[in-house]
Each structure stands twice: as C-alpha cells, then as structure tokens.
Design a protein around this ligand. Structure first.
Ligand code: 13P
Length: 344
C-alpha cells in the first residue's frame, strides 16, 4: 500500500509545473549565511527567517514541497502555528532533512561520509506524526587529484540506499541526493565522468537494497565545470552534458529528478534548468524539476538583512525567484523575465 502513497506524494509535489524549495540548512550552514549577510546567528533569527519563507504569499503557485530542518519543524510562527502546518495549509507538502551531516571519512583524506542511519526508523516515525511526507539525505562527493575513491562512492551510495529503504518502509518518499560538488578546478568532462560513476554506483546499490525506483526522487548536481576552472561552458553545453549524463545513468522508472543549485547564481541555475527542459523535452523520461536552496532563497536573504521592515519586500523577491525557476522547469524562462515588471 505504501508504494501507491509514495507515487501519489511524488505526483503531488511536482503537479502543475511545481518544484521543491530546500530550506533545510543545518544551524551551522544557516549561521554561515546569516554571518555573510550581517544577520545575528541566533535561534530566534533562524525562526524569523523560516517564518518569512513559509508565510510568503503565493509561494504555493510554484512550490509543491519544502524541505525543513529538525529545528524548524519544531518551531512555530509568532502566532503559535507550527511551521509544517503553515506549509500544509498553503498546499505545500512538508519534508525533512534526516541526515546528520557529512563527516570526514577515516583514512580517506578530503573525502566525506554522511552519517545519520542510527535511530533513523524511530526518527522517521516521529516526523511522520508531524505531517512529513518526504525526506532528504545528502551525500557529498568531491573531485580532486585521486578523488573520489571508489570506497567513498560505495560507502555513500550504500548509506543513501539504507536511508531510502527506511523511508519507503515508513511511507515517506526519499529524496536521494548524491552531490558532486562544484568546488574545485575540474573540467565539465571530469564532472561528467564522476557524476556518471556516482549515479551508476547509486542505482546499483538502490537495486541491491530492494528500493522501489518508482518511489524515489533523485536530487543530482548539474554537470558543470568547477568554480575554480577558468573555462566556463555556455548554457547549452551544460544542459547537453547534464542530460547525456543522466540519460546514461538514471533508469526511466524514476519518476522525478529535482536538481540542487550547488552554488550557481540564481540566474544561471534557472537558465540551465530551462535549457534542459526546453532543448530536450522529448528525450526526458522523467519530470525534471528543481529542489534549490540558494538559487531561490539568496536574494531574499540578502534583502531581508534580519530587519522586520524588510520582510514584505523579501517575500516578494522570494515569490518572484520561485516563479522564475518554475517557468524554467517548463522550459518557458528567458532572461528578459528577470527585468520584466509584468512577470510575476
Ligand atoms: P543548493 O540549491 O543551495 O545547492 O542547496 C540544495 C540542497 O538542498 C543541498 O543539500
């Protein structure tokens, strides 16, 4: 019976051209972003910021699901309404990040293994009571000289599969996120090769762990040159490499792919997603959507600056960014919309 619940949840998350909003930054990551924007790094400021997001008018026009962090799902708006209830009331399905972060992998310098499997069955049961219908686990793969190793890829894809099994057992859709990081000076081709290797290893492990592929969402990186590489590929080149890599590695039974933005600018992330959907629509067996954090949130966070008086403007920017990305998800975005006052 769970299988049907999983499929229904996925279809609801991506209905009518919608995508996902990742707002599940750990306290450490959220504090780092607050510090960069000059915002005090306190539990109350994080609560206020998350309230700003979940109460944004019209967010449900482009966002079908929002991924929360453990602290946030236990918090309430200033009116005493749990954040998950606010989302649900707006027609946005609440999700939760359940991994406990990527930790240094012993004996594998510069590589990380994501932790969080211990007690996960019990945590998922508690989250389900709170209204959660999907979850996220992020593995991190770095490209550098001699890495990633096959040990790192295997350990992380196995952990992703064990997590996915526990989610499906609980009737919760697992977002499976093997992120090949943009940080580094690697070429687009190197990113392609590593992403292909990671995805092939992932789907082998998912099969080994008896995961129903029709009940998962894949959250991959786009295939793109490292941030420190001077050669920048154009939008169509990134779209082509990304689509070819996914077609070579991701079974057609997976219903939906939702990209992370990975540190791309909001405009680049939207343009790449748009080109993927526009240029390759007839080739894609999956829904190809978004699960962005920074590429939706960053302009709003920068504008908010932690000031009550900026909340309304920040919400307008957040709403607009989400609309632009949703247009890209259908291949209907163009850069002219960025300036157009008529597009909102
Ligand atoms: P970015 O879109 O900022 O990369 O974040 C997505 C995410 O959820 C990473 O786990």
């Amino acid at each position: 019976m769970n299988q049907q619940i999983l499929k229904d949840t996925i279809m609801q998350l991506f209905a009518n051209g919608k995508g996902l909003l990742a707002m599940d930054e750990s306290n450490g990551t959220c504090n780092k972003r607050f510090a960069a924007a000059g915002i005090p790094q306190t539990i109350e400021m994080r609560r206020k910021y998350r309230e700003l997001i979940v109460t944004t008018p019209g967010l449900n026009e482009s966002i079908g699901g929002a991924i929360l962090y453990d602290e946030t799902i236990r918090q309430q708006t200033k009116d005493g309404i749990p954040m998950a209830d606010v989302l649900e009331k707006a027609g946005i399905i609440p999700g939760i990040k359940v991994d406990m972060g990527a930790k240094p992998m012993a004996f594998f310098p510069c590589e990380k293994i994501t932790e969080g499997l211990d007690g996960l069955r019990e945590r998922l049961a508690e989250y389900k009571q709170m209204g959660v219908r999907f979850a996220k686990w992020r593995a991190v793969i770095k490209i550098c000289t001699h890495i990633p190793t096959s040990s790192c890829i295997q350990a992380n894809t196995q952990a992703l599969s064990r997590y996915a099994a526990l989610c499906q057992e609980a009737g919760i859709v697992p977002i499976v996120e093997p992120e090949v990081l943009m940080a580094g000076n690697h070429t687009l081709q190197q990113c392609y090769d590593v992403t292909e290797e990671v995805l092939k290893a992932l789907f082998y492990q998912l099969y080994q762990f008896r995961i129903n592929l029709e009940g998962i969402i894949l959250k991959p990186n786009m295939v793109i040159a490292g941030t420190e590489n001077a050669t920048r590929n154009n939008i169509d080149e990134v779209a082509r490499a990304t689509v070819n890599c996914l077609l070579a590695s991701v079974p057609a039974t997976v219903p939906a792919i939702a990209f992370l933005s990975g540190g791309q600018s909001p405009k680049d992330a939207a343009a790449h997603l748009n080109a993927i959907n526009k240029n390759y629509k007839s080739h894609l067996p999956w829904i190809v959507s978004f699960s962005f954090a920074r590429a939706i949130q960053q302009p709003a966070l920068d504008l908010w600056k932690g000031q009550e008086t900026n909340v309304e403007e920040a919400q307008k920017i957040l709403y607009r960014r989400a609309k632009l990305v949703a247009a890209a998800r259908l291949g209907d975005y163009d850069t002219g919309m960025e300036k157009s006052v008529h597009f909102i």
